[in-house]
Write a protein of this length. Structure first.
Length: 126
């Protein structure tokens, strides 16, 4: 059971994903270009996992513990990959991406506001 009482009052959970560390990862996109991904421990304690994304939305983890997020980073839109050591890199370019998931075939499904695309990227699943 998770307790969200310790989340910052200004964060409204928008997109959620459980990580391989059993933490719940949460985005709360705003119109800022410096939004955060928060992570919540099973006991309810929360912290900022990564800060500096524009409108972070869909989340998914791969088998190596990398977090993929639909967002803008360093002026580029698309999918950002954040490693377990919290370093970020632009992974996939694209406008209006709002969701993603890693498929059993090791491809990524990417959702925009009006379409879903399959991108063959050979990502190991969690």
């Amino acid at each position: 059971v998770f307790v969200f009482a310790t989340l910052e009052p200004s964060i409204a959970a928008y997109h959620l994903a459980f990580g391989p560390d059993d933490y719940l990862y949460v985005t709360g996109p705003t119109t800022s270009s410096y939004d955060s991904i928060h992570r919540v421990a099973p006991n309810g304690d929360s912290e900022v996992f990564f800060r500096g994304l524009g409108r972070p939305q869909g989340l998914a983890f791969d088998g190596a513990g990398n977090l993929y997020c639909a967002a803008s980073h360093a002026g580029r839109r698309g999918v950002v990959r954040i490693s377990p050591d919290r370093s970020a890199e632009h992974f996939l370019s694209g406008n209006s991406i709002v969701g993603l998931c890693i498929l059993p075939s090791r491809a990524m499904a990417v959702a925009t506001n009006n379409s879903i695309y399959r991108v063959d990227v050979d990502i190991p699943r969690l």
